[in-house]
Design a binder for this molecule. Sequence first.
Ligand SMILES: [Zn+2]
Length: 401
Amino acid sequence: MFNSATHSPPKIKSDTERLILKAIYDAGTISRADVARVTKLTRPTVSTVVAKFIDDGIVVEKGQVANGRGKPATLIEVVDDAYRVIGIDISNSEFQGAIFNIRGQILHSEKRSVDYSNPDFIFPILIELIDALMLQLDRSDVPLLGIAIGTPGLLNVKDGSIRVATNLGWSDFPLQEKIKTRYQVPVYVFNDSQAAALAQFVFDNEGGNQDLIVFKAGRGISAGIILDGKVYSGSSFGASEVGHLQIIEDGEPCNCGNYGCLETVASSRAIVRKAQLLAEYNPDLILNTYVSSPEEITTNEVLRAYEAGNLEIAKIIKQAGRYIGIIVANSIGILNIPQIVIAGSLARFGDILLQVIQEEMEQRALRNIVEETELRLSNLGQDIVMQGAASIILHHELGVI
Ligand SMILES: [Zn+2]
């Protein structure tokens, strides 16, 4: 059905090959002599590997540069369009996926809305999304390095199965195996917030922080942790599951079976539900002018009402932000992580959310620690999980990230 497997990319196998490719990738353009200097490998080794890369089409020669004495050095560079990767995000009310080049730039993207009320339709929507991306990919002859999926829930990273994803209605679901069987390419399955943290670390990390936490707040709430430059996933891959920490005793029932979890009061679903109730009892509310009935209200309409200056909506957002702030304060109290990044669809509310989270941090954690902690929004917007997924493939298949 799809021809990707028939023009599969040559493997970057050895550590030496990965080291050399990364040196060229990071430099932009560079001479073979400088690659040898940067990698501390011998010139003949570098020349042999570079010749192979040129044969494979991942590196090209790009002009010459005078090197002071002797003949000019030939410059080489990585071909950004040598391969494609597919990154998928199934953590929101719309599944989204994109085709990336090896610089992590999006070349084409697709979205599919999901009806969560019927779990039987969820996996077929994912397949429909990947099929659409594969069809687009088949229009060019560029080989595909792999597919990576950022998914909510508790995973077994070893076999890429979902142990439990309450929001998708999946348990013991062999996601990686199913996708691999269908498309015959390398497949990686990663927790959505851990993918987001990786994207933040690779693509939006101006100060070069080695420790950071991304709180991804949207349909679900989770936290991806980077410690010492590596994703920390916990002993059974559950380090990100802050959305199911109980924050209200005897609160509302949660999908996970418990009551009063953070997600029941601070997720986009919780916010939308509160906004719908407000709209129902206040016919004059601005929200009602956007939709024909309150059930049609989504995060988009809530954001619109907030931007229009509606104070009652602002109050709902603030309350949700305060609950998130409690968990953020606890996290910095335990881990003393210097950078906290807010991502996901709730990040669209911007400053109002940051302000209340900051207030909760100041009220609940040690002042010195709070003063040394930077709280900010991610610059990666709604693409963050897809970008993280793409970077996982680039790391595993090419070693350039
Ligand atoms: Zn829960």
